[in-house]
Design a protein around this ligand. Structure first.
Ligand code: FES
Length: 613
C-alpha cells in the first residue's frame, strides 16, 4: 500500500502512514495521543483537526458536525478523515492528550488521566483592522469546533479584561466541551480537583492534581451529622420527620465537605479557588442529604431513593466555596441502601469487568455486598447494626487510641492496644478476634452461650480464671482493672457475643443469599474482596473462624482498603472510568434481601459461631 507523509502542526511532527489510514491512527504513529472520547467511532465530534493541505473529501458524518464554511476551512474529524495524499494537519489546542498514568494505591490499577476539566493555555493574536473578530469568537475558534460557551454571563463578563490583561495570553477552562472560564496568562498548571467519600461516620477528602492525576493531600473528619443522629436510620428519621431536620443535616454535610476540600487545598499549597471539581461518593442517604434531597421513599420498603443517576451541580449553588465555576459530581446510586460508595467499590475493584465469580463486601453498620458473575453484577445490603463499630458493645469503642484492636487467646490472653496506651475499650476487630479465640478455646459454644464454670474443665486455668459472673451477667475479662485505663476491667459479655452474632449473621446471610440466588456455593468464589476500614483491619482467620465470612483459602480473601474513596478518585481523574462507573451502576441488579424467601432462616443460621464452608 502506498505511503503518505503527514505533518502535524503547530509542533511540526511528521510521520509516514499508509494511504487510507485515519488521521487518528497517523497521529498515534507519531506519538500524539489525540482526544477521542467516543473511541474513534465518529459519534462525539470531539476529535476535530484542521487540514492545512491534503484534505480528503468530507464524509457524511463530518457534514453532520461541521458547517460548510468549516469544511471549507479544512476542519475534519481525526477518526474519520482518511489520508489520501501528503497532508499538513493543524491540531487545535487541547487536541493532544497529555499522557499521564497514575497508579492508584489499594487496587493496583494504572489509569489514563483524562479529567472532565481541562485547562488550555492560548496565545491569541490581538485584533487588527483585518481581524476584528469578537473576543468570544477569537477564543472559540482557537479552541476548535465543538467547543461551546457556557450559558451564563460570567464568562463574557470576564473575557474582555482577561484577554487584554496579559497581551491576549489566556487560559481557557473547559468542562468537557463547554468553555466555562477564562483567566489572564498561563494558569494551566493550577488545576485541582477533590474526591470525597462522605461516610456515615467519617468524611475523607483527597485533593488531586487534575493534570497529572497525582494525589496531593488527604484530609478527614468525623461526619458532623453524627451529632444530630448516630446512624443512617436516625438521620433518615430526622431528615423526613423533624422541622428543619433536612436543612440541618444538609448544612452539616456541606460544611464538612467545604472545610475538608479547603484544608486539603491548603495542605497542597493551593487555594480553594484552584479546585475545579469535586467528585463525591457516599451511601444513598448521605448523597441525598448532601444535595438537600428529602429521602422520603427510603423510610420503608421498598426503600426508593430520590435519584439513581449521577448528578452534577454547581459547587457555589450548594454553598461549597471553591472555584466559582466548579462543579460537584455525585456518583450514581444503586438502590435505597446500596449507594454511590458501592459504585466506587465496583469501579476500584474492577468487579464485573471479566469472567469468573468475585464478590466485594463492605462490612459496616450497613453491609453492602456485590457479586460479579461473568460480567454481570448483583448487589444487596444487609443491616448489620453498629457492633463492628463498637457501638452497643458494653465497652465497645471506635478504632481509636486506647481501643483493643486485636486479641490472641491461647493458654492466656494477649492483646494489642491502638496508640500503645492502657486500654479503655474494645473495637470491632478486637471483638471479632476475642470471640473467635473464645470459641476456639471452648469458652463459648457455637450457639453463642458463654459456658458456665462447670463446663470449663478442659479449658486452661489462665483462661478459666477470667470467666466471671453467671448467666446473663457472665463475662470474660480481657484486661484486668490494673491494666485498663479507667480502673475497670475490660470484658466481653454474653450480650456482646450476642450483638456480634446478630451483626455477623446479617453479613453471612447476605453473602450466602446472593450466591445461592445464582446457584453457587461460597467455595465457588474465586475472590472475596473486603472493602472499607473494618475489612482492612479484621484478621481474616478470626472472621472465618466465627463465620463472619465464608471459609475460603486465605489467598482468595483480599482486603482492598477504602475502595469507595479510590473509586471517587478514579471518577475524578478519568472520564472514561466515570462513564464505566455510571454504566455499571445502571446494570447492577439490586436485590432487596428482606423480600427474598428464606432470608430470615439464613440470618438465624448465620448467627452460629462456626466456620461456614
Ligand atoms: S473520536 Fe468521536 S468523533 Fe472522532
Amino acid at each position: 500500500m502506498a505511503a503518505v507523509r503527514v505533518t502535524f502542526h503547530p509542533d511540526r511532527v511528521s510521520t509516514e502512514a499508509a494511504s487510507g489510514a485515519s488521521v487518528l491512527e497517523a497521529a498515534s504513529r507519531a506519538g500524539l495521543n489525540l482526544h477521542a472520547p467516543c473511541g474513534g467511532q465518529g459519534r462525539c465530534g470531539k476529535c476535530a483537526v484542521r487540514f492545512l493541505s491534503g484534505a480528503p473529501a468530507p464524509s457524511e458524518r463530518e457534514r453532520h458536525f461541521f458547517s460548510e464554511e468549516e469544511l471549507e476551512e479544512g476542519w475534519r474529524l481525526a477518526c474519520q478523515a482518511r489520508l489520501e495524499e501528503n497532508a499538513e494537519v493543524l491540531l487545535p489546542p487541547g487536541a493532544v492528550m497529555v499522557e499521564h498514568r497514575i497508579m492508584v494505591e489499594g487496587v493496583g490499577r494504572e489509569i489514563l488521566v483524562e479529567p472532565c476539566v481541562r485547562k488550555v493555555p492560548l496565545k491569541l493574536p490581538a485584533p487588527t483592522g483585518d481581524d476584528a473578530r469578537a473576543d468570544l469568537m477569537r477564543v472559540l475558534q482557537a479552541l476548535g469546533p465543538g467547543v461551546r460557551p457556557a450559558p451564563h454571563p460570567r464568562l463574557l463578563q470576564a473575557l474582555p479584561s482577561a484577554l487584554r490583561d496579559q497581551d491576549f495570553e489566556i487560559t481557557a477552562t473547559l468542562f468537557g466541551d463547554e468553555l466555562t472560564a477564562v483567566e489572564p496568562g498561563d494558569q494551566s498548571a493550577r488545576v485541582y480537583g477533590a474526591a470525597v467519600d462522605v461516610g456515615t461516620t467519617t468524611v475523607v477528602a483527597y485533593l488531586c492534581d487534575l493534570a497529572t492525576g497525582d494525589l496531593l493531600a488527604t484530609e478527614s473528619a468525623l461526619n458532623p451529622q453524627a451529632r444530630l443522629g448516630a446512624d443512617v436510620i436516625s438521620r433518615l428519621r430526622i431528615a423526613t420527620g423533624e422541622e428543619e431536620g433536612l436543612a440541618r443535616l444538609h448544612q452539616a454535610a456541606i460544611q464538612v465537605v467545604g472545610d475538608l476540600v479547603t484544608a486539603a487545598a491548603k495542605q497542597a499549597g493551593a487555594t480553594p479557588k484552584d479546585v475545579y471539581e469535586v467528585a463525591v461518593v457516599g451511601n444513598t442517604c448521605m448523597t441525598h442529604l448532601l444535595l438537600g434531597i428529602p429521602p422520603l421513599g427510603m423510610r420503608a420498603v421498598p426503600f426508593t431513593p430520590g435519584f439513581r443517576f449521577a448528578q452534577r451541580v454547581r459547587a457555589e449553588e450548594l454553598g461549597i466555596h471553591i472555584h466559582p465555576e466548579a462543579q460537584v459530581y455525585v456518583a450514581p446510586n444503586i438502590g435505597g441502601f446500596v449507594g454511590a460508595d458501592t459504585v466506587g467499590v465496583i469501579l476500584a475493584s474492577e468487579l464485573g469487568e471479566g469472567d469468573g465469580l468475585r464478590m466485594a463486601v463492605d462490612i459496616g453498620t450497613n453491609g453492602e455486598i456485590v457479586l460479579a458473575k461473568d460480567g454481570k453484577l448483583y448487589a444487596c445490603s444487609t443491616a448489620a447494626g453498629p457492633a463492628f463499630e463498637g457501638a452497643r458493645i458494653g465497652q465497645g469503642m471506635r478504632a481509636a487510641e486506647g481501643a483493643i484492636d486485636s486479641v490472641e487467646i491461647g493458654e492466656d490472653v494477649s492483646y494489642h492496644v491502638l496508640g500503645g496506651v492502657p486500654p479503655s475499650g474494645i473495637c470491632g476487630s478486637g471483638l471479632v478476634d476475642a470471640v473467635a479465640g473464645m470459641v476456639r478455646c471452648n469458652l463459648v459454644d457455637p450457639g453463642g452461650r458463654l459456658r458456665p464454670a462447670e463446663e470449663l474443665g478442659s479449658v486452661p486455668a489462665g483462661l478459666r480464671q477470667r470467666v466471671v459472673g453467671e448467666g446473663a451477667e457472665a463475662r470474660f475479662v480481657l484486661a484486668s482493672a490494673e491494666e485498663a485505663a479507667g480502673g475497670e476491667p475490660i470484658c466481653v459479655t454474653a450480650r456482646d457475643v450476642r450483638e456480634l452474632q446478630l451483626a455477623k449473621g446479617a453479613i453471612l446471610a447476605g453473602i450466602t443469599m446472593l450466591l445461592t440466588r445464582l446457584g453457587h456455593e461460597p467455595a465457588d468464589l474465586e475472590e472475596l474482596l473486603l472493602a472499607g476500614a473494618f475489612g482492612n483491619y479484621i484478621r481474616r482467620e478470626s472472621a472465618i473462624e466465627i463465620g463472619l465470612i465464608p471459609a475460603l483459602p486465605e489467598d482468595r480473601v483480599r482486603p482492598i482498603g477504602n475502595a469507595a474513596g479510590v473509586g471517587a478518585r478514579l471518577m475524578l481523574s478519568s472520564q472514561s472510568l466515570r462513564r464505566r462507573a455510571e454504566e455499571a451502576a445502571r446494570r447492577v441488579e439490586h436485590i432487596e434481601l428482606s423480600q427474598e424467601e428464606g432470608f430470615y432462616d439464613r440470618f438465624a443460621e448465620g448467627m452460629a459461631l462456626r466456620r461456614y464452608e
